[in-house]
Structures are given as structure tokens and as C-alpha cells.
Design a binder for this molecule. Structure first.
Ligand code: HEC
Ligand code: HEC
Length: 238
């Protein structure tokens, strides 16, 4: 064995180990603290009611991150203004009780009562939907997003989004717990879709639906959907 073959042979032996170590390090770095199979059953609940005026007073602690009326300039934080109260309430319950992962929200919500959460949901729902408008993306990406939103992608098993989120992405009346997507930051929408696609552990019964939907979305589809939604502005509320 000479000095040249030794390292090479050692590398052949080590390579599988290095790869295994790299894969496991990657798995560890992307793994989230898990609530091991814990998910919230959102089925069959009565509509929620809250006091929007009381919620406004209680929303002071939320402003730094979500803006005064629930519409934040931070593109990776969600807009809350004009969102369905039921959706907001149940997301807050998920966050408060640690069903959602690694969120700065859990700490914020710890001291709040159930009535506080209802009032906050009612307040943000009563605020205007964001009017973000940006049609500067590649027209082909916008067109792809519109096609998937309205027609789905049968070959990849993606159902049309409009069936559950409304023709104009402004929700459907008979499902108050399902979110409006119109007016949401594209970066937040895309991040949520990637998390669903990449198999983030579901936080609720509804997440199982979106895990199934997102499985067939590639990056171009996700970016196209986000680009189409923001290209229309947030004014299509009906
Ligand atoms: C320190 C910044 C911060 C503060 C303060 C904060 N939030 Fe959040 N909020 C976030 C972030 C970041 C997310 C996205 C969480 C995630 O993806 O896990 C979020 C998510 C949410 C969501 C889920 C929205 C969706 O579309 O899924 C709701 C509802 C919400 N916040 C309401 C509130 C309310 C009500 C308060 C005040 C009691 C508040 N937040 C205070 C940063 C904050
Ligand atoms: C069969 C019904 C259904 C279909 C089809 C569907 N969704 Fe959803 N979607 C839901 C439900 C229900 C939720 C709420 C999840 C929860 O409660 O946490 C949701 C949540 C989302 C969210 C997270 C919103 C937020 O503020 O956190 C995004 C983004 C989203 N859907 C995008 C899409 C896109 C894009 C499509 C089409 C490719 C689509 N959905 C198709 C039912 C559906």
C-alpha cells in the first residue's frame, strides 16, 4: 500500500459512513421538536363568537409583529386582517397548546384565556383584508398558478384550490374555519405550502387535507400559486 492508495481506500470505506452521517445530520437539523402525533380535531365545532372591540384592546401585544390592523410589513409573518374569525381562533388554539411547532406565538398566547382568544380572532377578522399587489412575477409563473388554483393538476393528483378556498381565494361561506388566501403575503403562503408538501407533522385534522393537496406541488407550482395570488391584489373580497 503506498501513500496514494491509502487515503483513497480509506475514503471508499469512509464514504458510506460520511454520507450516512451527513444524512442523519440533515435529518436532525430539519427535524422539529415534535408533539409526537398530537393534532387538534377541528371537525364539527360550532361557529365562534368574540367581542371585536375587546379584542382590539387585547391586541396591543400582537402589533409589533402583525401590525395594528393585522396586516404586517414583514413578508414572512402572516397577515391576519379580514381572515375568517373561526380560522384565526382555531389556529390560535393550535399555537397556544403547542400543536404547531417552533413558533414565537406559543409564548405570546400562554397567558391568554379562551375568551381573549375569541375576542382577538373577532377583532382581526373585522379588519380590512391586505391590499398587497405585485404582478411583477414572470407571466408564465402567474399563469401556472392560476391554472392550478382553478383547475388543479390531474396528472399529479392536485385538486383545484378554489373548491375549498373560493373562486377568488376569499373563502367559501359554508366553511368558516377554512382560510381566505387572498391578501396573504406570498412568502408566507409559499412557506406554508412547502411545509405541507415536505410533510411537516400535521397540527390538526385540516392539515391532513393540505398535506394530501400539497404532495403533488413542485417548487414551480408553489411559486406560481403565490405569484398569482398576489398579482390580483387583495381587493376581490365578495
Ligand atoms: C414576536 C412576533 C409575534 C407576536 C408578538 C405575535 N405573533 Fe402571531 N405569528 C407570528 C409568526 C412568526 C407566525 C407564523 C407562525 C408559524 O409559522 O409557526 C404567527 C402566526 C399567527 C397566526 C396564524 C396565522 C395563519 O394564517 O396561520 C395567528 C392567528 C396569530 N399569529 C395571531 C397573533 C395574535 C392574536 C397575537 C397577539 C396575542 C400575535 N399573533 C402575536 C409572530 C408573532
Ligand atoms: C379539500 C379542501 C382543500 C383544498 C382542495 C385545498 N385546501 Fe388549502 N386548506 C384547506 C384547509 C381546511 C386549510 C386549513 C388548515 C388548518 O386549519 O390548519 C387549508 C390551509 C391552506 C393554507 C394555509 C393558510 C394559512 O394562513 O395558514 C394554504 C397556504 C393553502 N391551504 C393553500 C392551498 C392551495 C394553494 C391549494 C391548491 C393547490 C389548496 N390549498 C387546496 C383545505 C383545502
Amino acid at each position: 500500500m503506498n501513500a496514494n492508495t491509502m487515503p483513497r481506500r480509506a475514503l471508499f470505506i469512509l464514504l458510506p459512513l460520511l454520507l450516512a452521517a451527513a444524512v442523519s445530520a440533515q435529518a436532525q437539523s430539519t427535524a422539529k421538536p415534535t408533539a409526537a402525533g398530537k393534532w387538534l380535531d377541528k371537525r364539527g365545532h360550532a361557529p365562534i363568537h368574540g367581542d371585536a372591540a375587546a379584542g382590539q384592546t387585547k391586541s396591543e401585544v400582537c402589533r409589533a409583529c402583525h401590525g395594528q390592523d393585522g396586516n404586517t410589513p414583514v413578508p414572512t409573518f402572516p397577515n391576519l386582517g379580514g381572515q375568517r374569525a373561526d380560522f384565526l381562533y382555531w389556529e390560535l388554539i393550535e399555537l397556544k397548546h403547542g400543536y404547531r411547532y417552533q413558533s414565537p406565538m406559543t409564548e405570546q398566547l400562554a397567558p391568554l384565556s379562551d375568551q381573549d382568544v375569541r375576542d382577538l380572532a373577532a377583532f382581526f377578522a373585522s379588519q380590512p383584508l391586505a391590499h398587497a399587489h405585485d404582478a411583477s412575477a414572470d407571466p408564465a409563473a402567474i399563469e401556472l398558478g392560476e391554472r392550478i388554483f382553478h383547475s388543479g393538476d390531474a396528472q399529479r393528483g392536485v385538486p383545484p384550490c378554489q373548491g375549498c378556498h373560493g373562486t377568488n381565494a376569499d373563502g367559501i361561506a359554508q366553511r368558516p374555519g377554512w382560510p381566505i388566501l387572498q391578501g396573504q403575503h406570498p412568502a408566507y403562503l409559499a412557506a406554508r405550502l412547502r411545509a405541507y408538501r415536505d410533510g411537516d407533522p400535521p397540527n390538526s385534522s385540516n392539515d391532513f387535507i393540505m398535506n394530501g393537496v400539497a404532495r403533488g406541488l413542485d417548487d414551480a407550482a408553489i411559486d406560481g400559486l403565490a405569484a398569482w395570488l398576489v398579482s390580483r391584489g387583495g381587493t376581490q373580497h365578495q
